[in-house]
Design a protein around this ligand. Sequence first.
Ligand code: FCB
Length: 443
Amino acid sequence: MHRLEFPDDFLWGTATASYQVEGAGHEGGRTESIWDTFARMPGKVYAGENGDLACDQYHRYEEDIGLMAELGFQGYRFSLAWPRILPQGTGTVNEEGLDYYRNLCKELHKHDIKACATLYHWDLPQGLQDKGGWTDRFIVDAFAEYVKVCYEGLGDLVDQWITINEPFCITYLGHLWGHHAPGFTDIKLAVKAIHHVNLAHGIAVKTYRETGLKAPIGITLNLATPRPATNSKGDKQAALIARAVESEVFLYPLLGKGYPELAVQALGVSFPVEPGDLEIMAEKIDFIGVNYYSESAVGQDKEAVFKYSGKPTWHDTTDMSWPIVPGGLERLLTWVHEVAPGIPMYITENGYARQDHIETDGRIHDRERIEYLKQHLEVCTALIKAGVNLKGYYAWSFLDNFEWAFGYTKRFGIVYVDYATQKRIPKDSAYFFRDVIAGYAEW
Ligand code: FCB
């Protein structure tokens, strides 16, 4: 028999993000974000879908939190919608927006669930995009103003803060590959965005320290440590370049190491670093959040932009076509443990997309998702035994939701959402987590 053993103080949580679940797109004083705009651009989001209604969590958070409590979750990672709190991006505060999050946190606490707030999970107010968004340095001050409002309005209720979710997606997917809002495809803009996102994170931590609040603050990175497709010298070098370009440009500045030379060379554009920036980016954080779904194999590719490209693998894949590689989580966290020794880590997202449907017994028997979770949780226990300072795990996602460019076609929830009725139905994986959290993770 397998039995998963976790330390008693290990935090079991589940995660979502504002634009993906809240809905109420035009209510409560919220203005539009870059995702509202992007979703309207022809061909950008599957079938032109958008987050106007999503899972309607804005009106259903009490029911959702009740269900989290029934399953035994101890933490809920949600994100704050900037356009709900500061509708113009800066300036006038919308108290109704803050009240929504105050009520959400209070409801969580009523059920003994910790509130983990991500300050930025991609819904930049459109008004700030119109001024240049992440590509213009003014955004750093705008972010500082926004986070200060959040700390003042919610600081007594939030138990864990995350500054920014997945700088990789904001910068590369949003500014180089065009798959995410704002949909740009320009390496120069992407490199500026990388630097401004890193700076905004640092300013957010600095501003936080000035408030005297004590809850831990960190960042969530979707780091990638691609493995070389073969053991040739060229492929090994390709893997190092990939790691530098995709991960080190975000992780190293946090650790006071600045930008890695390998990445600067591969990108071919220099970062717009000004005096004092390196210190700001390296403001001390309390933890590193890591999102992990998959690992790829890369090889040398002279034709590719950065001289490497992904290679086919033999692994089974999820509905996202992402290869299932639990060993990749081990390699990734071991690497972070080596380069950032002692900094506590949380898995802030991990999960599985599947074409779930309600079966004849009215339930959702998502065996493949459970299998994936078992394998990844086993890796977590092994890492903890090996001395990696892993403090908690947030399952992505609590609910099926708006999966960005894929619209509602990809279901990541451990709870099924019937979008026609907004009915929530816990999938088998939700009951799997109930057992894991209760200490009966065995099979
Ligand atoms: C991550 C995002 C999250 C969700 C998952 C599947 O990149 O942070 O919002 O879409 O992927």
